[in-house]
Design a protein. Structure first.
Length: 564
C-alpha cells in the first residue's frame, strides 16, 4: 500500500495514555448519541475523546468527560448524533473545479473522496495525472485517487498512451487503487490494463471493475483477473451475482444512474446483509453538489427506503474503507482511527451542522494550480460555422441524453434540440468521433466506424484510409459498419457495409441486425443521397436506428455506448 494512515509511535503512546485516563484529550464530544458502524447501533449517552487528530476513547459521557482537562476543547452535542465522516469510494471529477468539489464534499459530510482519474489522464497523459495529484495537496478534506485503467475509444490515442510508464503512478501516496477496468476490453486482451492490474496487485492495491451488462461467465472471468469490486449493479440479482463470487458490490445512486429504489429489495426482503456492500455516486452534476447533495443524499435516500441509519452510514464509510484496505484507520470512530466525523441533527436527514477532519474544522481549499500546457489541450482545425447550423424542421433521428453517459434514441422534429459536431481535438481533421453530448440532430462531418473504409466523397474520392491496425479492425467489427458524409447536418452519401461473420464471410442483415451503425435508410424515403437523415453518436459509438432495433429504454445503450 502506498497510502500511509497509521499513526507514528509517539501518537500511539499518547492515544493509549488518553484511553486509560493518564493524559488529557485535545477534544471531547458529549451530550448526544454515537452512531456505531461496527455493531450498527445508536449508542445513546455516548461520546468520544480525540487526541492528535485521532479517536482515543469512546464510551459513556461521564467517562469521556473524565478525560478532559483545562486545555481540552468541549463540544456539546445537544442531543444530536456523532457519526463517522462519509467516504466516497468511486466518483468522477467532471464539470467542476477540484477545489470547489473538495469544499462541497466536506460541507456535505464526505470527509474522504476517492476520485477516478480517467478523464484527465487520457487527455493529458502521465504528467497531467501527476499534476492533478499535486493539486489535491491544497484541497479540503482528504482527496485520494484511483489510477486509470486507460481504456479509451480512439485507437490512435490508445497507442499513444503506451509510451508512458503508467505503473509508476501506483506508487504515489494519494493513489488508493486502480480505477475501473472495462470487462469487455480486459477479456479481449487489453495489454495495458492487464499490466496495470498486475502492477496494482503486486503493490497490494485493489482494482475496480466496470461490469455493465456482464453475464455470470464474464463476471467470473473479471474476478479471476484480480478485480475486487464493481459499481454496475442495477438490480438485486446483479448485486447477488457479484457477492456470490466474492466481489464487493457498490450500489450506485448519482448522476449516471439512480439505482437505490430498484436495489432496496435487498434489505427490505432481507436477502443480504451489509457486508461487501457500499454506496457510491459514480459522479455528481455540479448543481447537485452545490445543493450539498452528495453521498449524504444517497444515505438519506437509503434510509427513506427502509435501511436503518447505522447500516446506511456503515455502507458509506467503514465498508468503503475496508474495500480499499484502509479500514483499520479510516471509516469508523474506534480508538486509533482518524477523527473524521460529523454531527447530525436528531430530527433526521444527513445534513451535518459540524464536520471535523482529523479532529479539526477543515479550511477552504486553495485554488488548484496546473501547468499552462494543461489548459491548452484542444487544437481544432477546419471547423466551419455551417457545421453547427440547425438543418431546420423535419423527421430526425436524435439522441436524447437521459443522464450524462446514458442516452436513448428518439425521433425529433428538430425543435428545442442541440446540434453537435464531432471533431478531433488533437487537430487531426474532422474524421474522429471522440465526443458528443446533448440531443444529437446531426453531424456536419464525415464519420466512419474505425477499421471500415469511409464513404466516397461527392465526386468519387475517398478520404485517406488509416494505416493497418488489428485493433481498429476489431473495433470496426464490434461497432458495426457503414458510413455517411454530411454538411450542415444533411447526409450527402450513405454506404452500408454488411458485418463479417465467421471465416470473413459477410452476413446478411437479419430483422434485428442493423445494416450500418452510422446512418440508416428511413423506411419509405427516397434515395439516401437526397434524404435529411442525421447521424447520432455518443463517445465514438454509433447507435443503430430504432427501425432495426427494439428500444429497451435507458438501459439499452449499455451495449452500444462507450461507458466512462
Amino acid at each position: 500500500m502506498t497510502i500511509r494512515l497509521h499513526p507514528a509511535t509517539g501518537t500511539l503512546l499518547r492515544l493509549a495514555d488518553v484511553a486509560r485516563g493518564a493524559a488529557e484529550a485535545d477534544l471531547v464530544l458529549t451530550g448526544g448519541a454515537l452512531v456505531d458502524v461496527f455493531t450498527e447501533e445508536l449508542l445513546e449517552g455516548w461520546g468520544l475523546a480525540v487526541a492528535d487528530g485521532r479517536v482515543a476513547f469512546t464510551g459513556p459521557d461521564a467517562e469521556v468527560s473524565a478525560r478532559a482537562g483545562a486545555s481540552t476543547e468541549r463540544i456539546e452535542l445537544g442531543g444530536d448524533l456523532a457519526a463517522p465522516g462519509l467516504i466516497e469510494g468511486h466518483t468522477h471529477l467532471t464539470r467542476i473545479n477540484l477545489g470547489d468539489m473538495a469544499d462541497l464534499q466536506v460541507s456535505a459530510g464526505v470527509t474522504t473522496t476517492i476520485v477516478e482519474s480517467l478523464e484527465l489522464a487520457v487527455v493529458t497523459g502521465l504528467e497531467g495525472a501527476r499534476a492533478l495529484l499535486a493539486a489535491a495537496d491544497g484541497a479540503a478534506g482528504r482527496l485520494l485517487f484511483t489510477a486509470s485503467g486507460l481504456v479509451v475509444c480512439d485507437p490512435e490515442h490508445d497507442a499513444r498512451l503506451d509510451g508512458e510508464n503508467w505503473p509508476s503512478l501506483l506508487d504515489h501516496p494519494r493513489i488508493a487503487g486502480l480505477g475501473e477496468v472495462y470487462w469487455g476490453d480486459l477479456l479481449r486482451g487489453h495489454r495495458r490494463s492487464q499490466a496495470l492490474i498486475h502492477a496494482a496487485l503486486e503493490r497490494g492495491l485493489p482494482v475496480e471493475g466496470h461490469g455493465a451488462g456482464a453475464r455470470p461467465a464474464a463476471l467470473n472471468a473479471l474476478a479471476a483477473h484480480g478485480i475486487a469490486a464493481d459499481h454496475e449493479s442495477i438490480s438485486p440479482e446483479d448485486v447477488l451475482a457479484r457477492r456470490r463470487i466474492g466481489l464487493h458490490a457498490e450500489l450506485r445512486h448519482g448522476a449516471t444512474r439512480q439505482d437505490l429504489p430498484a436495489l432496496a429489495a435487498l434489505w427490505r426482503e432481507q436477502r443480504i446483509d451489509g457486508d461487501g456492500l457500499s454506496f457510491v455516486t459514480d459522479g455528481l452534476e455540479p448543481e447537485l453538489a452545490a445543493r450539498r447533495d452528495s453521498l449524504n443524499w444517497v444515505v438519506e435516500q437509503a434510509v427513506e427506503l427502509g435501511l436503518p441509519l447505522p447500516r446506511a452510514v456503515r455502507m458509506a464509510s467503514l465498508n468503503v474503507a475496508e474495500r480499499y484496505g484502509l479500514g483499520r484507520w479510516l471509516g469508523g470512530l474506534g480508538p486509533g482511527m482518524l477523527a473524521d466525523l460529523v454531527v447530525l441533527p436528531r430530527a433526521g436527514g444527513f445534513r451535518p451542522r459540524l464536520v471535523l477532519v482529523e479532529g479539526r474544522r477543515p479550511r477552504a481549499s486553495a485554488p488548484p494550480e496546473y501547468p499552462a500546457w494543461m489548459l491548452d489541450t484542444v487544437h481544432v482545425t477546419g471547423l466551419r460555422p455551417e457545421l453547427l447550423t440547425s438543418p431546420g424542421p423535419g423527421r430526425w433521428r436524435a439522441m436524447q441524453q437521459v443522464a450524462p453517459v446514458v442516452t436513448r434514441e428518439v425521433e425529433s422534429d428538430g425543435s428545442g434540440a442541440l446540434v453537435c459536431t464531432v471533431v478531433d481535438r488533437l487537430g487531426g481533421g474532422l474524421r474522429a468521433a471522440r465526443w458528443s453530448g446533448g440531443h444529437h440532430l446531426g453531424l456536419g462531418v464525415a464519420g466512419h466506424a474505425p477499421g471500415r473504409r469511409p464513404p466516397r466523397r461527392p465526386g468519387g474520392r475517398r478520404p485517406p484510409r488509416p494505416g493497418p491496425s488489428r485493433r481498429r479492425r476489431g473495433r470496426g467489427r464490434r461497432a458495426g459498419a457503414g458510413g455517411v458524409a454530411g454538411a450542415g447536418g444533411r447526409p450527402l452519401r450513405h454506404r452500408a457495409v454488411r458485418p463479417r461473420g465467421r471465416g470473413g464471410r459477410r452476413r446478411r442483415p437479419g430483422p434485428d441486425r442493423a445494416r450500418g451503425p452510422l446512418a440508416q435508410p428511413d423506411p419509405g424515403a427516397g434515395d439516401a443521397d437526397d434524404r435529411v437523415h442525421p447521424v447520432p453518436a455518443h463517445l465514438g459509438w454509433w447507435v443503430p436506428p430504432a427501425s432495426r432495433r427494439r428500444s429497451r429504454g435507458p438501459g439499452l445503450d449499455r451495449r452500444h455506448r462507450r461507458q466512462r
